[in-house]
Design a protein around this ligand. Structure first.
Ligand SMILES: C[S@@+](CC[C@H](N)C(=O)[O-])C[C@H]1O[C@@H](n2cnc3c(N)ncnc32)[C@H](O)[C@@H]1O
Ligand code: SF4
Length: 452
């Protein structure tokens, strides 16, 4: 695909980690409703849990995550006490019909959950195990900042049972690292990988970013080659989302050092090629996995899903988020916990669920959400089949198919017999195709990062 064709459609579009997307969060959820929805969750259906630890000990200037910087441990241990209270509170509401809820997927994200001490990790798992039981095939995943991570801390996570790890790497070039305020040696990364593998944790992901200051095609390719030597099972290759209006610290990155659209495109293209040449399968937009990794298998057998963490093989229908800013996905609504840590803490201390905003889900949202998820995961969506399952006429999306005509003419996407399919080379624009099926996209003006 020519870069000028991509540029033509590269308008601000959401990343579609959920539908409706996060900018539609609204106030007004009553605690009564939230409790009712928790209590109504089917007792035997496995849950997914996401636990957010919003602390890091230094600030990466590119960071777009919900995190707070602290050099003291007290704010972390205070937060942990409240998080454990939240587990007991939510666990209590789930407890109405059964002892311990089955959990098939547990994800610790942040921030940097590895900021917790070994003892804190053990305490946290003790609480989790009072209310939840992990299924035999459960995936227990941990996001790791490999810099200055004491080996004993990591070993506590391994003893607690984590079996999948994701390491932030981003870029190995010294100038890039200085400009993003994240100095991380290869030894630090390798040490963490060795400790994980010695402890039996063999499912390892690494996060890389293109589009960072001073990056070039050569430097991104060097980073890819260096991490390939550690043979991770998966890699995430994110495009740097520069949104200084929302993340003030990103202003510390001089804009003139950022690669332009064409350079970003070339970096993404070169890195993706390197990874697929090395035998990795491209998953959706930004993930790459070895052919025997569970993501590749989920792509192959049609069970791949997309959630707030990106692509996943997790099939659980209900997600419960714990911790400040975490998001739950229940059949009735998407609910985000309060984002400011102090407000989150005061709600829990007073015995209230710390919910902040929510998005109620209509039948139409669920239908469109499925079309968008299928496109994001498989680059294709069978509209007739999806409409039939949702009980709506097969011509429900005629208007959207009309709107796709310019992109069909530009060989980005095709529509045949009700099947929308991205064309070879059109993958980079899948978000723009999804936006056509997003009933709210044109109604809200927001600045999203660019598709490339
Ligand atoms: C919570 S961090 C991972 C764990 C740990 N905090 C670390 O950085 O090593 C999640 C990942 O999001 C990605 N990320 C953060 N800010 C980003 C941004 N502005 N644009 C693109 N990717 C970003 C990075 O690749 C990062 O590894
Ligand atoms: S360590 Fe991770 S979460 Fe923390 S500031 Fe850096 S990128 Fe953000």
């Amino acid at each position: 695909m020519k870069t000028d064709t991509i540029l033509k459609y590269d308008r601000g579009v959401p990343r579609y980690t959920s539908y409706p997307t996060a900018h539609l969060f609204q106030d007004g959820l009553s605690e009564e409703d939230h409790i009712d929805w928790l209590e109504k969750l089917p007792a035997d259906a496995p849950l997914s849990l996401y636990i957010h630890v919003p602390f890091c000990d230094s600030l990466c200037w590119f960071c777009g995550c919900h995190t707070k910087i602290t050099q003291q441990h007290k704010p972390v241990s205070d937060y942990l006490k409240v998080l454990r209270q939240e587990i007991r509170l939510v666990g209590g509401h789930l407890d109405a019909h059964t002892d311990r809820r089955p959990v098939r997927h547990l994800h610790f994200g942040g921030g940097s959950p590895t900021i917790l001490t070994g003892e804190e990790v053990t305490d946290l798992f003790e609480d989790l195990q009072r209310f939840f039981t992990f299924t035999e095939d459960a995936e227990l995943a941990l996001e790791i900042d490999p810099r200055d991570l004491p080996r004993e801390h990591l070993q506590s996570w391994i003893r607690a049972g984590i079996n999948r790890a994701s390491l932030g790497v981003q870029d190995i070039n010294p100038l890039v690292q200085r400009t993003i305020n994240r100095i991380q040696t290869m030894e630090q990364t390798r040490d963490v990988v060795d400790t994980l593998r010695d402890g039996g944790v063999n499912a390892i992901n690494m996060d890389l970013i293109y589009g960072l200051p001073h990056q070039t095609v050569e430097s991104v390719t060097e980073t890819v080659d260096a991490v390939l030597e550690m043979a991770p099972d998966r890699l995430a290759l994110f495009g740097y989302a520069h949104m200084p209006k929302f993340k003030a610290h990103q202003r510390l990155i001089p804009e003139e050092t950022l690669p332009d659209f064409f350079e970003r495109f070339a970096q993404q293209d070169a890195a993706a090629k390197r990874l697929t040449d090395a035998g990795y399968i491209q998953i959706g937009l930004d993930h790459f996995a070895k052919p025997d990794d569970s993501l590749s298998l989920a792509l192959k057998n049609g069970t791949l899903r997309r959630n707030f963490q990106g692509y996943t093989s997790d099939r659980a229908e209900h997600l419960i988020g714990l911790g400040a800013s975490s998001i739950s996905a229940l059949p009735q609504a998407i609910i985000q916990n309060k984002v400011p840590i102090n407000l989150y803490k005061s709600d829990i201390s007073e015995g209230r669920l710390p919910m902040g905003k929510f998005i109620p889900l209509s039948a139409e949202d669920r239908l469109r959400g499925e079309v968008i998820e299928k496109l994001m995961c498989f680059q294709s969506a069978d509209l007739k089949e999806i409409c039939a399952r949702h009980g709506v006429p097969a011509n429900h999306f005629d208007q959207e198919c009309q709107e796709l005509h310019p992109m069909i003419a530009d060989s980005i996407v095709s529509v045949k017999d009700g099947v929308v399919e991205m064309q070879p080379g059109g993958r980079a624009l899948v978000r723009a195709v999804c936006a056509v099926f997003d009933a709210y996209h044109d109604t809200v003006k927001r600045s999203y990062s660019k598709a490339v």
